[in-house]
Design a protein around this ligand. Structure first.
Ligand SMILES: [Zn+2]
Length: 256
C-alpha cells in the first residue's frame, strides 16, 4: 500500500536527483541521504502497525463503543480467570490465540466459544523472528493456526493480528491470499510492561475513547487482576463494551 507509493517516489527522486546533481560533488551524499530516509520510513512502517504501511489493518471501531481484545493465550492460569470475569460482567471479547497453545488447551477454546467470545488467529508459533520468515514459512504458520481453530471449533477465523504488531510485504502477500483481515488496536494497555494493576488501569483510562480497540493479553496475571476495574470504569463513563465484529462491522468467521 503506502510502501509501494513511497518506493515509487524514492525511485523517481533518485533518478531526478541523480541527473540534477550528476556533475556536482554532492551526488553520492544526496542519493545516500534519500536511501537512508527510505530505510527509516520502511523500519517505522514495519513496527507501527497503525501506519498501515505494508498491510491495511483495522484499528478503530465504526460504532461508539469499545472492544476488548486479548492476545497470546490461551493460558491455563489466567485465561480461566479472565473468562470468569467476562461472564460475570456480561462482556464479550475477542481472543487472538496462538495456535500451538490452542492445540494444547482446546478446552479453553471451547469455553471461549461456548461463552460467546470470538476466536481469532495470532499465528501458530508466535516465533520471535516471525517477521523474518519467508513468505512460504509465514503462510504455513498462519494456516496452521487457522487449521487448529477449525479442527477444534469447526469455524475458520477471519481475523488475524500480527505478532508484535510487526508487518512487512510478506504479510501483505499471505494475508491477501488467505483472506485474513488484519486487526490492530487504537489503545495499547502496555500490560506486558506494567508493574501492577494500577498502572495498567491508569494506562487505559487516561486514554480511553469511544470506538477504541483495546489491546490486552490473557496470559498475564496483571491483566486478570485489572479487568474487573477496567470494565467498571467503562460503565461509569457510559462507554459501552461491545464485541469486536459488531463495532467494526465484519464477520469473525469465514463461511465454509
Ligand atoms: Zn502476541
Amino acid at each position: 500500500m503506502k510502501h509501494n507509493v513511497v518506493t515509487a517516489i524514492v525511485g523517481i527522486l533518485l533518478v531526478l536527483c541523480g541527473f540534477a546533481f550528476w556533475e556536482t560533488g554532492y551526488v553520492e551524499i544526496i542519493l545516500g541521504l534519500i536511501l537512508v530516509l527510505y530505510l527509516i520510513s520502511t523500519g517505522y512502517g514495519s513496527y507501527q502497525i497503525r501506519a498501515n504501511y505494508f498491510v491495511k489493518s483495522i484499528h478503530r471501531g465504526k460504532k461508539k463503543a469499545v472492544a476488548l481484545t486479548f492476545d497470546d493465550g490461551p493460558d491455563p492460569e489466567n485465561t480461566p480467570r479472565i473468562l470468569a470475569i467476562l461472564k460475570e460482567k456480561g462482556v464479550k471479547a475477542t481472543f487472538f490465540v496462538i495456535g500451538k497453545k490452542a492445540e494444547k488447551y482446546p478446552e479453553l477454546l471451547h469455553q471461549m466459544d461456548r461463552e460467546g467470545h470470538i476466536i481469532a488467529n495470532h499465528s501458530y508459533s508466535h516465533h520471535y523472528l516471525i517477521a523474518l520468515f519467508s513468505t512460504d514459512r509465514l503462510r504455513k504458520d498462519l494456516k496452521h493456526c487457522t487449521e487448529v481453530i477449525l479442527q477444534t471449533l469447526g469455524k475458520s477465523p477471519a481475523f488475524f493480528r500480527p505478532p508484535f504488531g510487526v508487518t512487512n510485504p510478506r504479510y501483505r502477500a499471505v494475508l491477501k491470499e488467505t483472506k485474513l483481515q488484519s486487526i490492530g488496536w487504537s489503545l495499547r494497555s502496555f500490560d506486558t510492561r506494567v508493574k501492577n494493576k494500577y498502572q495498567l488501569i491508569q494506562n487505559v483510562i487516561s486514554k480511553l475513547q469511544k470506538r477504541d480497540i483495546i489491546l490486552l493479553h490473557d496470559n498475564l496475571s496483571v491483566t486478570a487482576d485489572a479487568l474487573e476495574d477496567l470494565i467498571e470504569h467503562c460503565r461509569s463513563k457510559n462507554i459501552e463494551i461491545r464485541p469486536l465484529p459488531e463495532i467494526i462491522n465484519k464477520e469473525p468467521y469465514e463461511t465454509l
